[in-house]
Design a protein around this ligand. Sequence first.
Ligand code: EPS
Length: 381
Amino acid sequence: MLRFFTAGETHGPCLTAIVEGMPSGVKIDIDKINAELKRRQAGYGRGGRMKIESDRAEILSGVRGGYTLGSPITIRIENRDWKNWQDIMGAEFSNGEKSVTCPRPGHADLSGGMKYNHRDLRNVLERASARETAARVAVGALVRQLTEQFGIDLKSRVVRIGEIEDKPDVLDKKFYERVYASEVGFGDAKAEMECKAYIDKIKEQGRTVGGVVETVVTGLVPGIGSYVQYDRKLDAKIAFAVMSIQAIKGVEFGMGFEVGEVDGGKVQDEIVYNDGYARATNNAGGIEGGMTNGEPVIVRAAMKPIPTQYSPLKTVDITNRTETAASVERSDICAVPACAAVVESAVAFEIANAFLEKFGGDCIEDIKASYDAYVTRINNF
Ligand code: EPS
């Protein structure tokens, strides 16, 4: 079983992740982790922080000479902004400056302050910040280096940002090349231009904007996950992981919420046989009964607009309980393209974990033997 924890405040010295359960003998390319971190930092509408940071992963344990040892893997990402916050965020000394007492609607500020009894809401937002997703992206980029050896690939795109939608005809290699080169994560150049103008307009209004992102996983054999117990269902695990990402408000698979709008003949995917079992359509989004069915897994997530509004909303100052304007923390206008990289990483982790649950072993050789035996058996089914 794979597990991970993250630690770190957004203006602390660094973010740290510890990943437990990676088998031994997996070749790790740190450049692949750094490429995903870079992707998470990009996108039209990001705030000032991304100009300061240039996120890079450092592996402190569990990997030797480019191969996993089977022991816990520690990843560290330095916060370059720390040098500007040492006197405020130090573990041994804080001058108490930049305190926050006007909680932002939509952020963890107020409930977090009440729960942990913090009168300075900075103590909440420092950890609640989406900066933490850098650590999760590093974890996803690490563990998918195991599943990619079995032909499992993940790709993501932005479906919509606010009012602007990207409507591709086909999700082929060329389309994703355009998506990965696009500042808004769209494949269509005209929609991208419209979207950038739209984000500019939102910025002028002092507002932020959310959107919808989609991750597609290919190369999965049928039978990953299980129907026998609620907490072994792959879609449930993916939904949990994706919902746990800051600002995510909804998760759907395949046809998603539309399944409630049409009859069953238009929802269920007919089974066909061409040199192997397949589905004529993929409305299920690759998962039936909590298990992969061999079709691509399609996950979409809705991200709400980031809480900090440059034209602030109403709130209450916790020092005197009077109505006032919410505090303005440096923030992003739109972080939807970055969110696509984060969702992809969360999905990558759950896929790797479920893969190991099915083919688990302590070293890569045992996993390969188990995988090959299973593929041979189901090919004769
Ligand atoms: C983020 C870093 C943060 C924010 C943003 C995401 O850095 P800072 O607070 O120093 O500007 O830019 O987080 C939020 C807006 C939030 O509300 O969580 C990052 O690294 O992605």
